[in-house]
Design a protein around this ligand. Structure first.
Ligand SMILES: [Zn+2]
Length: 225
């Protein structure tokens, strides 16, 4: 074999190996890189008619997330709460009817939170440890009632603005601003958010970040425990 032919063969082999490596990384992003940090993906207002599609997308892209369910929907759709858990998600409390809690008295706040704890647990979602007040609105009374139910209040570091009509591109870009430990607000019902899931996963993998759980102790995203 002439030297030029050996060189051509070597070049072809190296190219083939590089192509194979790239193909493997694309097929299994969750195994492509170590996790240099964790972020908390959160989806509010479910479960809904969109939940099954969202869970499929998250699972297909190797992502786990925290689902802040409304108690009224958990009570109406217990099988979807179980599906969230089966898909590896964590289930949090997002009040029962999504009121402006800061405009309610202590007894009504307690009712919103305690009925949701019961609805989620009754559906098989476990007793939530995380609470997100609707609209992120809180005060001392809301905090104290949540604490009395063993709940840690979780707001967010990054707002995807999916509730405000953000495009899929904008939602992907918002997720791209997350740093280690931070939490992003998204919604169960948003079609643009559903469409963004594969690109969110790709972006996190490219930055060495993984989707983690939210620690009830620190309120920050950590490795799933
Ligand atoms: Zn909400």
């Amino acid at each position: 074999m002439a030297a030029t032919h050996r060189l051509a063969l070597l070049t072809a082999l190296v190219t083939a190996a590089a192509t194979l490596t790239a193909a493997t990384a694309t097929a299994a992003p969750e195994r492509a890189a170590a996790c240099n940090g964790y972020v908390g993906l959160t989806f509010d207002d479910g479960p809904s008619g969109n939940t099954t599609r969202l869970l499929d997308a998250l699972r297909q892209n190797g992502l786990r997330a925290t689902m802040f369910n409304q108690g009224q929907y958990a009570a109406a759709n217990p099988s979807l709460v179980r599906a969230q858990v089966s898909a590896g998600m964590w289930v949090g409390n997002h009040s029962y009817t999504h009121p402006h809690l800061t405009q309610l008295g202590q007894a009504q706040i307690d009712s919103e939170i305690s009925r949701t704890q019961q609805a989620v647990a009754g559906a098989g979602g476990g007793t939530p440890k995380l609470f997100r007040p609707p609209y992120g609105e809180t005060n001392a009374t809301v905090k104290s009632v949540a604490a009395r139910h063993g709940l840690t209040e979780i707001i967010w570091h990054v707002d995807s603005q999916d509730w405000n009509g953000a495009s899929t591109d904008a939602i992907v870009q918002a997720a791209g601003r997350l740093t280690n430990g931070q939490i992003i607000l998204m919604h169960d019902w948003s079609a643009n958010t559903l469409a963004a899931v594969p690109r969110i996963a790709q972006g996190l993998t490219a930055r060495g970040l993984c989707a983690g759980m939210i620690s009830p102790q620190t309120g920050r995203a950590v490795a799933p425990g």
